[in-house]
Design a protein around this ligand. Structure first.
Ligand code: ARG
Length: 402
């Protein structure tokens, strides 16, 4: 890997990315480190983080408000895709990575940097997502990943930083590794590494323990327009506002926790705790509305696409030809996915209890068992004769041998 003169570093303000600043300069021979911190709705004031980077030796410290982009360009398409990795994880961390990669590439272009850098280790999915996304957006840009090479423990990293005058708040360091944005939180490591160990209440921040949730259920109505969430309890709102409000409402009822063993791209199984109240709720509501408004064949075909889509996003292929082709298919299916879903939140459960749409393909006259029934029962006989013909022929000819 050739030398880089000027580097844009993805910066979180944590120990690892802070130590990356002197490390890049001293071990990698980088002349100028420009840091970029993204506001992804993690609820942190980024001004102290901006200052911290400068103190650690950054020549410039950029802060970008990326909440709108995260929600509109990454989360909304994922909701349309009902994207759940391994059927459970709504990709709250995975969706932010291609966005951060894009911000890095754009900043590198603006600052005439010849490389970008991140603080990911070599064991996770995030390094893959960054490197692959950056390569797709600008194949000529070098990507530096100091933490993948330095082999330092956390204590050693702190000691390394101290050599260069960095000080780290001596608060009792958390045993957990946490990633947080408007879409959700992921919690790993520490006692959670034993898959038999129940997570302590202290790991959760977006969702209440069942014991602390309201005794009365609460109903919410989510309105969608062409697959996009646009309305909450009769009030039009932006997708950002919707995620913010639904995180609070659903989290208050203890809805949105996941505890799973997950298959990382790098071959490791890991124990993951997630909280993603709004995103999970929106995907469940959206999927239900699709059942009402899409034909059987489109619904069923789309379900298989969704699995592939989720795997691509998880595996770092947000910017890839297959992913954009699937997006085109999904987008086309969303034209009539408009309507309202009614959800009952109570004691950790989110139950869909009602749905309506002007485009509903559901027909009460066809479905009813009552007197208004319009379905031609006798027509079923001929249909079943033809439908069952192949198995009848098979049974007559070969049934004895099977
Ligand atoms: N396992 C999740 C994923 O791959 C969460 C990763 C969390 N990342 C982190 N740097 N703490 O999307």
């Amino acid at each position: 890997m050739g030398r880089a003169e000027r580097v844009v570093l993805a910066y979180s303000g944590g120990v690892d990315t802070t130590v990356c600043i002197p490390y890049l300069k001293n071990e990698f021979g980088v002349k100028e480190v420009i840091t970029l911190a993204a506001d992804l709705g993690q609820g942190e004031d980024l001004e102290p983080i901006r200052q911290k980077a400068l103190k650690a030796g950054a020549s410039e410290s950029l802060v970008v408000d990326a909440k709108k982009a995260l929600v509109e360009r990454y989360a909304v398409p994922a909701i349309k895709a009902n994207a759940l990795y391994e059927n459970r994880y709504p990709l709250s961390t995975a969706l932010a990575r291609p966005l951060i990669a894009k911000l890095l590439v754009e900043a590198a272009d603006q600052c005439s940097a010849d490389a970008v850098a991140h603080g990911c280790t070599g064991k996770g999915n995030d390094q893959v997502r960054f490197d692959v996304s950056i390569g797709a957006l600008n194949p000529n840009l070098k990507v530096l990943a100091p933490a993948r090479e330095w082999g330092m423990s956390r204590e050693e990293a702190i000691a390394y930083g101290e050599q260069f005058g960095l000080t780290f708040a001596v608060k009792k360091s958390s045993p957990y590794s946490i990633d947080y944005n408007l879409l959700g939180r992921s919690i790993e490591a520490g006692p959670l590494e034993n898959p038999w160990t129940e997570p302590l209440e202290e790991v959760f921040a977006m969702t209440k323990a069942i014991a602390d949730t309201p005794d009365e259920p609460e109903y919410v109505e989510v309105g969608f327009t062409a697959g996009e969430p646009t309305c909450l309890n009769g009030q039009e709102m932006s997708a950002i506002q919707m995620l913010t409000e639904l995180n609070a409402i659903a989290g208050n009822h203890g809805v949105g926790r996941i505890d799973m063993i997950e298959n990382r791209l790098v071959g490791i199984k890991s124990r993951e705790i997630y909280e993603a109240p709004a995103l999970l709720l929106l995907i469940a509501a959206h999927r239900d509305l699709e059942s009402l408004t899409l034909t059987a064949d489109v619904t069923q075909y789309k379900r298989s696409i969704e699995e592939t889509y989720s795997r691509l996003v998880y595996n770092g292929l947000w910017y890839s030809p297959l992913k954009s082709s699937l997006d085109a298919f999904i987008e086309h299916t969303q034209m009539f996915v408009s309507g309202t879903i009614r959800i009952k939140l109570h004691k950790g459960n989110a139950q869909i209890v009602g749905r309506q749409s002007e485009n509903a393909l559901y027909s009460e006259e066809l479905a009813t068992y009552g007197a208004d029934d319009q379905f031609d029962h006798r027509a079923a006989e001929g249909f079943i004769y033809v439908w069952g013909l192949p198995t009848r022929v098979w049974s007559e000819r070969l049934g004895d041998e099977a």
